[in-house]
Ligand binder design. Sequence first.
Ligand SMILES: Cc1cc2nc3c(=O)[nH]c(=O)nc-3n(C[C@H](O)[C@H](O)[C@H](O)COP(=O)(O)OP(=O)(O)OC[C@H]3O[C@@H](n4cnc5c(N)ncnc54)[C@H](O)[C@@H]3O)c2cc1C
Length: 537
Amino acid sequence: MAGFDAVFVGSGINSLAGAALLAKSGWRVCVLERADRLGGAIRTVDGLIAPGFTHEVFSSWHPLWTGSPAYAELKPDLDRLGVEYLNTELPTATAFPDGSSAFLSTSLEANTSELGEAWARQFDDFMGKADVAFGVLGTELWSTAGLALGRRAYRQFGRQGLVEFGGRVLGSARDWLTETFADERAHGLLAPWVLHTGLGPDQASSGFMNQVIACALQLGGMPVPKGGGIRLVEGLAAIVRDAGGELRTEAEVEQILVSGGRATAVRLDDGECLRARRAVLANVTPTQLYGRLLREGEVPERVNEAARRFRYGRGEMQIHVAMSELPRWRGGDERLAQVPVVHVTPGLDGVSRAVNEADRGLLPVEATIVCGQPVAVDPSRAPEGSWILWLQLQELPPRPRGDAAGELNTTAGIWTEELREAYADRILARLGDHVENLATATIGRAVLSPADLEAANPNWVGGDIYGGSCALDQNLLWRPTPATPGHETAVDGLFHIGASTHPGPGLGAGSGYLVAKRLTRPPLPRRVLSRLPGRRT
Ligand SMILES: Cc1cc2nc3c(=O)[nH]c(=O)nc-3n(C[C@H](O)[C@H](O)[C@H](O)COP(=O)(O)OP(=O)(O)OC[C@H]3O[C@@H](n4cnc5c(N)ncnc54)[C@H](O)[C@@H]3O)c2cc1C
């Protein structure tokens, strides 16, 4: 039986970053991926629609990765391997139905002049608490590090300040936006970003997430890897291989083998077993981990029960368009064609309504169109003078029960090919009101429905691209479940990572990083000694 120090189930960003970190610490690691390529939600395809066009089939924007501690640590290797990031000073905008638009840039002055003094006040206020706010998203909360973060927050804010901060973490985006900005354009500019955290603007904790993202966009812009996410995947895989590790595709894990309460190996669907001397890291949903990969009786029944109750969020649709020309945005503001992520929405109430319709099983009348323009940052993605649209619809029911517009036939109750294409037609017709040459310049399109996404990756149940609802009762301290918060499991040596676990979805590789650090942490006596005065760590 082949043997490794650590075996990763799945090759998403959390696995690749975690494997690279462990490999650099001298661990012999193996990454097993069921699909025919590495990367999970990072999939770059040349010629998906036409030759010369490079599409990000799933995820596209890397601010969470470039702002992550994993990237900080691996950057020298990735630089050496030629992984280059491109960025912009104009990360996002919203195009409103009347043809007007609002922009967010990486300049405090520009944002204050666009959104008023309220922007500068909220930015200052957030930055005063930023280390704790970002700390909540970058710390193993159920651990001594989590306690230390709590103590630091107490020292910094005092009792009253901590109560107020806690209250602000719980609030909705609607409350935060309407209290902070009198200008509805500011609401329309920022509210759609809540969707990218898996929430809606009326949900608890969406106000906190909205502030984190708003400030992070000004601080970090919208970086993308030159040539596509595949460059990052190749770079991380090279770090693993250079250190003697292995990465295998078309290798589906069907069972994690447990002996004496400890994870000792994994079995692939072709029967091959691979020994894991020190750890198995499973980048899967709780549904798969407890319902498939572990056998009955290996964890307490309350854990299985909590996994069965794990909820998935809304479905998503991805539309890729190749265009023979640059887009001509209505309203004449040329900056719109320089912005990587434009949201097309009536505003805060528009996002709220579409989320509510999707939550009720309906196709929204006026979904928020996330209109990604990767060529605005990386011209190498398309032939000169042409363009790519990366469109995302995040307010869809996993199983449609009706159409809020009363137009499309949903009687099948599932995402058929016919419904997928008809819904994409509706979205592209609406976008055509904003991008005047969309119909005439379109070379071709490719559409993925929630059902197609689920088929592509078992972590996206019902087309939920965030690996499980991010509602507060299933997030932060309670992710993935209240019975199994954090990354340790009831099985020794088995760690749960990936979007279903804290700090949740996104390309920040937070869970892979936290577990890699936990596994390579020096033993307690060495840590204590290193803190003694005069000792160097
Ligand atoms: C369409 C889409 C767009 C997105 N856009 C962005 C974006 O622009 N920016 C951003 O920050 N985030 C984005 N996200 C979210 C982000 O990409 C994901 O949250 C993140 O990449 C998930 O990484 P992960 O490590 O959890 O694993 P995943 O990417 O989910 O990968 C897990 C892998 O495990 C494999 N696997 C599962 N079970 C097994 C098994 N039993 N055996 C072997 N292999 C198995 C799967 O095939 C998969 O490849 C997007 C997600 C999607 C789907």
